[in-house]
Write a protein that binds this ligand. Structure first.
Ligand code: ADP
Ligand code: MG
Length: 393
């Protein structure tokens, strides 16, 4: 980092009509630069300013962030109701691009940490997830991919209310321009990106699945220590990706090998062993720490520690039943987001209708329910055309 910012320094004011900002505090450090708390000396508004490193690559990528946020704020969410960060201004200070944002509070990683990595209540996970779906719906409609959704990039608006905002559009891109293959933070990286397949907005839904589970458990569900370790953790929990992803993914041959054909003549692939991968890549892979007692997602969620309660025993019994019901809904919800096949993964629109989010009673797997609903909705016209059993004699 070539430029250190200090409290009481000034930013901006280089041109006559440009606002000046007084630095009040240092908020955070990221890959792109430093984020400082400032006061706009004209409007007195307290804001957050991201001061980007003065290297052309960072400057250009951050100009993209400006363009995307500007479009999101002005055209797609003019009333500021979809949980997307607001950008107030941007300017160049001594060669550093500065992005001025509304001031927000802690990020969700800090919140989980403050909670001693115990996980949040199912109710709070639902509230945050619903808000994230709202933001992702707007992005999907505009065919924009965030590409770096993770707890550090989701901020509480204030410490008083459970309202969040998605920040850091520094890696975002349009579905038409998916030029980078090395994207998303490893724990939240989707199978298609890991395997080097083409990708679209559904990679953010994978990250959302990982985040929702992490909020609930307090620990990341796939804490991969390397690319191979990331792939193997996913495969261990969810099984192998479909053949087409392994056949087309540019990186897939690093992780998978052909293992013959099945009785219907279809290729069978298997994950390379840790020894084989280590040998082929000339590095010693480690299996990495196991965070959970169980291997399968439903068992991990079902058996997560229960929240403490001071209720009487009958009241407690009711609470437990409700919690288990919510957990069953949550498991089904997460499975829809953690579909290995991006074509089967739910869209934000579909996920928003899930009982975990709507609060409806959860009776059977949501996908099954949807198929049934479709069948019912096509049956009335058919009844009209076909003679009914009563009139056909
Ligand atoms: P990077 O691209 O470097 O990760 P971010 O935009 O994610 O930059 O910002 C880095 C960190 O700065 C965030 O994780 C957050 O803690 C803090 N931060 C960013 N924007 C704000 C904001 N508007 N209000 C308060 N803190 C912020
Ligand atoms: Mg960030």
């Amino acid at each position: 980092w070539d430029y250190i910012l200090y409290v009481n320094d000034w930013l901006g004011g280089d041109s006559d009509h440009e606002s000046r900002y007084l630095i009040l505090d240092i908020l955070g450090q990221g890959t792109f630069g430093q984020v400082v708390k400032c006061q706009n000396i004209t409007t007195h508004e307290i804001v957050a300013v991201k001061v980007v490193k003065n290297k052309p690559a960072y400057y250009n990528q951050s100009m993209m962030e400006v363009t995307i946020l500007d479009m999101l704020n002005k055209q797609l969410d003019p009333d500021d109701v979809h949980h997307i960060l607001r950008m107030r201004d941007h300017f160049v200070h001594k060669g550093h691009l500065c992005l001025v944002f509304e001031l927000l509070s802690s990020n969700l990683y800090e919140l989980i940490k403050q909670n001693s990595f115990q996980g949040l209540s199912t109710q709070l996970v639902k509230v945050f997830t619903a808000q994230l779906l709202d933001a992702l719906m707007v992005l999907k409609d505009a065919r924009l991919i965030h590409c770096d959704l993770k707890p550090e990039n989701i901020l509480l608006r204030s410490l008083q209310s459970p309202q969040i905002k998605v920040i850091d559009f520094g890696s975002a891109c349009h579905e038409r321009q998916t030029v980078y293959t090395y994207i998303q933070s490893r724990f939240y990286r989707s199978p298609e990106v890991l395997l080097g397949c083409s990708y679209n907005c559904s990679i953010d839904m994978w990250s959302l699945g990982c985040i929702a589970i992490e909020l609930f458990l307090g620990l990341p569900i796939f804490p991969g220590t390397s690319e191979y370790n990331q792939v193997s953790r996913i495969v261990e929990m969810l099984g192998d990706p479909p053949n087409y992803m392994i056949e087309r993914g540019k990186q897939a041959a690093n992780f998978f090998e052909a293992a013959g054909v099945d009785d219907q003549g279809r290729s069978v692939f298997r994950l390379k062993t840790i020894e084989q991968y280590s040998r082929e890549h000339n590095k010693q892979e480690q299996p990495g720490k196991k965070y959970f007692q169980y291997t399968h997602l439903p068992d991990i969620i079902k058996n997560a520690p229960l929240p403490p309660s001071r209720s009487s025993s009958t009241r407690r019994q009711e609470e437990l039943e409700k919690e288990m019901h919510n957990r069953m809904a949550f498991i089904d919800f997460c499975q829809g987001l953690l579909q290995l096949d991006p074509l089967k993964r739910w869209t934000p629109q579909q996920a928003k209708m899930h009982p975990f989010i709507t609060g409806e009673k959860f009776v059977k797997p949501y996908q099954q329910q949807q198929l049934m609903d479709q069948a019912i909705s096509v049956s009335p016209p058919l009844q009209g055309i076909m003679p009914s059993p009563a009139s056909s004699k």
